[in-house]
Design a protein around this ligand. Structure first.
Ligand code: PAF
Length: 288
């Protein structure tokens, strides 16, 4: 397979192939960008890869549906997998290497080490998905060790994940620059997500109301409303759509992710809501 840059794009499933690739790239003085994904790629992922191709000589995309970040009863089994389509999309935009390991390649049967970031992981999604962020930070740390990228690219749709990964990198002195990229949306405002394909037509039609509600909260936040008031506005608007079952709506400090409560100023308004069996998350940032 030849990518858009005229280089051969390879797909490998073993860590030692990635290490060989890395060694060869480094010998030629090439910089390496990593885009970690779970596959089922959409324009959001592709925007990360495009940015990586602009900033790095070689771009590695990992595709791994990481079992340790799914809780019991979550969608690990039915999570969409389509390596062929993903590879075609990545080749067309210039990725150089796809690392698509099997779970046994990533986790030894007796693996007993977990990378765990405290504090930041306790609220928002962390409150409802116990162990999720430990799974994310452990696998991302492993991917950083395997690929040894200069830069790694993540979407801001998963705002908490991005904050947690930045903190891990800082706290563990991992030599990688973490780059966050804006959420890519459908024309009607729905944040792109691999899980959007679970939505029925009726649910899909209602789904953009999550972003619309966050925007109403953001408008109030910009006018000086405190966190609790912003949350109330979002909740009230979301309640008008009976298909939604909100899990949380929080206005938090963009750095610490602590709830703002009666404080106003810069904030991230983050929400998770079920629509049918599909859990959607989204957020909006309000500058002070
Ligand atoms: O955002 C994701 O797709 C995953 O959480 C990540 C970062 C690839 C780790 O499995």
């Amino acid at each position: 397979m030849y990518n858009a840059r005229g280089d051969e794009m390879r797909i490998v499933s073993e860590k030692r192939d990635v290490r060989d690739y890395h060694a060869q790239a480094r010998r030629g003085g090439a910089s390496i960008g990593l885009v970690p994904t779970m596959g089922a790629l959409h324009e959001g992922h592709l925007s990360l890869v495009r940015r990586a191709t602009q900033e790095c000589d070689r771009v590695v995309v990992s595709i791994f549906v990481n079992p340790t970040q799914f809780g019991p009863g979550e969608d690990l089994e039915k999570y969409p997998r389509d390596l062929e389509a993903d590879a075609a999309a990545l080749e067309a935009i210039g990725a150089d290497l796809i690392f698509a390991p099997a779970p046994a390649e990533m986790y030894a049967p007796d693996a007993c080490t977990t990378v765990s970031v405290g504090g930041l992981t306790e609220g928002l999604c962390g409150q409802f998905r116990p162990g999720h962020f430990d799974g994310v930070t452990t696998v991302v740390c492993k991917l950083f060790n395997i690929v040894q990228p200069d830069r790694a690219y993540f979407g801001e749709k998963d705002y908490q994940q991005l904050a947690v990964i930045r903190r891990m990198v800082r706290d563990l002195d991992i030599p990688v620059e973490v780059i966050g990229m804006p959420t890519v949306r459908e024309a009607d405002g729905l944040a792109l997500s691999s899980r959007n394909r679970y939505l029925s037509p009726q649910e899909r039609a209602a789904a953009p109301k999550l972003q619309a509600a966050l925007q109403s909260g953001a408008a109030a936040g910009r006018e000086g409303a405190a966190g609790a008031e912003v949350e109330r506005i979002v909740a009230e608007q979301l309640a008008q759509e009976p298909l939604f079952r909100p899990q949380y709506i929080r206005a938090v400090d963009p750095g610490s992710l602590e709830p703002l409560e009666d404080r106003s100023g810069p904030m991230v308004i983050a929400a998770a809501a079920y629509i049918g069996n599909t859990r959607l998350i989204d957020n909006i940032r309000v500058e002070g």
